[in-house]
Design a protein around this ligand. Structure first.
Ligand code: SAM
Length: 314
């Protein structure tokens, strides 16, 4: 699929055929009486609305597009959720706006920071020595290496990503940095290659918005967390419903905007997955950053970066 293309929309089969205006429904001399016309128009309107609401995009179509986009970035570079032009001027100012210090950035192997995040999840993760940490959509490993730095030689960090070129790059970065407690696994975050009740902390940076099946992601995160474990996510969220022109645009989805879910919907998904003490804090100050991810300058009217925390009961 070409970048910039709009996803082909699948329509579910209609269950019920609405009554249409045919000659036998018309009044004398081919004129419909006004009640019949208004009833028919009303039915036609409802038919159109339900038809539009039924539009869906196949989850695998989204994942294929996202995999191709981030595979290309792993090989050729990119930044700020894939903006080809980079996003924040110099790389340093970009990192600082995302909440990383120069010391953080200098501490990881070169090539692990691809500038693809939307905040620094470590700021809300309260990492403790000895913990097992899982990063959903780990890219080239930037946040995994920073988490390992906080573990200071104890515990372990597992990164999961569905893009083979990202995993290859991240594994190469392990070798460059000689990490002994970091590993990367190829897999989808909707079906994590991780055992039940295995990790203390799930982190993620600008990834869950890309998933076409977010409830599955949260159910999986809950499954792999130990009792008392926690989620600490940085992600893009919608603060009002996205227009269809953004929701179905492949570039907007790949740029971490089109797939953003509404804050209240995310809370419901987390609650339904079993999480408690759910907090979502949208960060208004990230609007200008988001505007640099896309040519569509109205995007930041609808989405911002947010910190998300939640717990699995002890
Ligand atoms: C915006 S990048 C963020 C990378 C990394 N978290 C960072 O901050 O540098 C999104 C990453 O998530 C991965 N990804 C997207 N959807 C995924 C899914 N459904 N399952 C696994 N990985 C996914 C992509 O391959 C890509 O590496």
């Amino acid at each position: 699929m070409l970048l910039g293309e709009t996803f082909a929309l699948r329509r579910r089969p209609f269950v019920k055929r609405e009554k249409t205006l045919i000659p036998s429904d018309l009044g004398e001399c081919g004129k419909a009486d006004s009640t019949q016309i208004s009833q028919s128009l009303h039915l036609f309107g409802r038919f159109l609305v339900s038809h539009i609401e039924m539009k869906t995009i196949e989850p695998d179509t989204v994942r294929e597009h996202v995999r191709a986009r981030y595979g290309n970035i792993a090989v050729n570079g990119g930044g700020c959720c894939g903006s080809v032009d980079g996003c924040c001027g110099s790389e340093n100012s970009c990192d600082q706006r995302l909440g990383y210090s120069a010391v953080h950035v200098a501490s990881v192997p070169e090539g692990s920071n691809l500038g693809l995040g939307c905040a620094n999840p470590m700021a809300i993760a309260s990492i403790r020595p000895g913990e097992t940490i899982l990063d959903l959509g780990s890219g080239a490993g930037f946040d995994c290496f920073l988490a390992a730095r906080q573990l200071n030689g104890t515990g372990r960090v597992i990164g999961v990503d569905m893009t083979p070129a990202m995993i290859a790059k991240a594994r190469n970065n392990i070798r460059k940095g000689r990490y002994t407690n970091v590993e990367f696994r190829l897999g989808e975050i909707e079906a994590l290659p991780v055992a039940d009740n295995f990790v203390d902390l799930v982190i993620s940076n600008c990834v869950i918005n890309l998933s076409p099946e977010k409830p599955r992601v949260f159910r999986e995160a809950f499954r792999v967390l130990k009792a008392g474990g926690r989620l600490a996510l940085a992600d893009v969220v919608a603060i009002k419903p996205l227009p269809e022109s953004i929701r179905t645009q492949s570039n907007a989805i790949g740029a971490c905007i089109g797939g953003a879910a509404l804050v209240d919907d995310l809370k419901t998904m987390l609650k339904d997955a079993g999480f408690i003490r759910i907090e979502i804090v949208p960060r208004d100050e990230t609007r200008s950053l988001i505007n640099q991810w896309t040519e569509d300058k109205i995007a930041s009217d609808f989405v911002v970066s947010a910190f998300i925390t939640a717990f699995k009961a002890a």
